[in-house]
Every structure is written in C-alpha cells, then in structure tokens.
Design a protein. Sequence first.
Length: 377
Amino acid sequence: MTDKSKNNDNGASDGSADRVIGTPSPAEGTAIVAGSDDPGAEHPGAYPPEETHAHSEEQQRRAEKTASMWFLIAFLAGIGFFVAYFAFPPNGEGEPAIADPQIGQYSNMALGGTLALALFGIGAGMTVWARWIMPHYEVSTPYDDLSSSSEEKGSFGDFFMRSADESGFTKRPLLRRTLLLSMVPLGLAPIVLLRDTGPLPGDKLKHTLWEDGLRMVVEGTNKPIKEADLAEDGAMITAFPLVEGEGGEHGGEAQHLSLNDQAKTVVLLIKIPEGDFKPGMTEQQMNWTHNGIVAYSKICTHVGCPAALYERGSHRILCPCHQSTFDAADGAKVVFGPAHRPLPQLPIGVDDEGYLIAKGDFSEAVGPTFWDAEKGD
Ligand code: FES
C-alpha cells in the first residue's frame, strides 16, 4: 500500500514555498504516498524509525529532555501567575489593589510576564518536540470518493493511533506528562480570575459622594466656586465636591479624593444664557440649574472618557475619544456618536454665602452605560 522514497529522489517538490516556521526542512523528510488502488487495505505497521525520523535516538532523547525542561518552565511560570495574582490582594477599602496605579503597574507586569513565559515555554517545548522527535515525512493520497468506506475509517483509526505512537506522545511519558503538567495552571487560570467578578456591586454604581449641601471646588486648586465665577455666558469650569477633613463645615481642609471618587464625581459647570435652553428640558431639569448654570457629569456615557471639549456657540459638549456629542442646552442629550444616553445632570444651587452647592446626587448612574444604568434604585 505504501511507497516510501526520499523527496530528493522522487523528484517531489521541495516544498520550500509552503514550509511553515517550526517544521523540519524538507531535505530531511521522507514522502510516503498512499496508493489509490486499495485504500481500505490494512496498514502494514508502524514505519521503521530509521526511515521516518531524521534524527538518531540519542538526539531524540536529548530533545526530549530539552522539551520537558521547557514544559516545566511553563508550569512554574503558570504557578507564578497565581502567586502574582494573589500577591496583590484587595486593599482595606475593598477596592482592588490594582486600582492604585503604582501597584497596578507591577501587578500587570507580573501577571503578563508569567503568562507570557508560560505560553512561550509550551510553544518552545512543542517546537523542539516537532523538530527533533516527531517523524519527518509527508503522507498524500489522491482524491477519490469523498465519503469513506468503513474499511477506510478503520484504517484511519489505526493510522491515527500509530501516528500517536510515532509522534512520541504515547511512547515518551516524560514528554507527555510534562506537557500536560505545563497546561494545568493555564487551564485553572480562568477559574481563579472569576474571583474578580465579585462581589456584586449592589447600588454602588448608582451613587457618588455628591449630596445635598456639598460645595463645589475647582479641579486642581480646590477653590470653592461662587456663582460669580461663572458670570460670563459660555464659561465652563471642571469641578469636584468639597470633602472636608477635621474641622468640617467649611473650616476643614479639602480632602484628597481617590481616583474612583474623582472619576465618579467630576462635573462640568457651564453657564448658558437662560433663553438658550431648549424646550426639551423638563421642568425638573430646569429646576436643577441655577441662573443659567448647569452641571453635567464629565464622564462620557459611551466608555468613560472625559467629555472635556465645549463649544460655547452651539452649547455642544464633545467627547474626543469617539466623538459622542451632547447638547448642554437640552439636558446633555446625545446628538451624535456612539453614546446611548445623556450625561447625567447634577442638581445645583447656592448656599447662604453664595457658593455653588449640590442639591443631591446625579440624576442617573455616571459613566459607561451598563445593563440597568437608567433604572432608579
Ligand atoms: S468614550 Fe466618549 S465617545 Fe467613546
């Protein structure tokens, strides 16, 4: 059934144009052509290694050790991935430690580095295995009927098992076991990463630090904002809530907000001529403004970039990431781009001393839209 001959001898193409990196040189290979006259004939048995393997048994043994070493390195790197994952536990406030950019960069490097080494180790081991241990010959058979007879199917099963023998998978337990060992950590990694999906956020996504009476301060300087600071039509200020330390109620020092709180509370204060507000603004939305000053979350409802550009002539707020555009004179409704919902509005007013204050929390959840962002509590 078989006809074995060296590529060089039978005039077959050297295959250099089709050669895949990591596969042996065709010059070392042997072509085995299955005859078409009797496709169902019993396979005569495993091909003698000296005809199918380009390397001596001793070279194969050395390669076996090298490949196994790579598999062990992959295994250790996989274990390292778990160590790196658990070495950066959640901090005391229940937020992931990687939310801290200082810690996050090391966590990312450790996780990415160990995962890359694990995958590289498996790839390197399999490359050594394929180049030095697996038999190097090509099998071809002419096209005939597409459906296979039961004899052909049986013959294929037989051939498959013999090929498994020849590849060393069944014959070389060290290789097989170290390969499977190297894959165990990678198989378990997704299960461990499920830990990051919990605990459930509850209503945390729908609330921010803003509450009735909190003063608004300028981003960067923490200077409390007065209505007069936005006297000019088209004026715009980026603001945060004034969260005071000891001494409280306006005598205390402004506290530093965490990155999370900054992202959730940041607002754009914009002065719009009162006659420019569109009829689409509801009465409630107009009540949330103060003498033409309106406050919207600065975090784009698409995927959370700062929507930081404001065009005073058209009252459009533009997010530079994907060009979502919101109409500040119409409840920050989306007028262009991929965002689905308006920027949430913050109700504002002034206190006894004329400082701008919040009159409550945002009208909706801030930031990127999620499954029930538009529902109330
Ligand atoms: S994040 Fe603003 S448009 Fe995509």
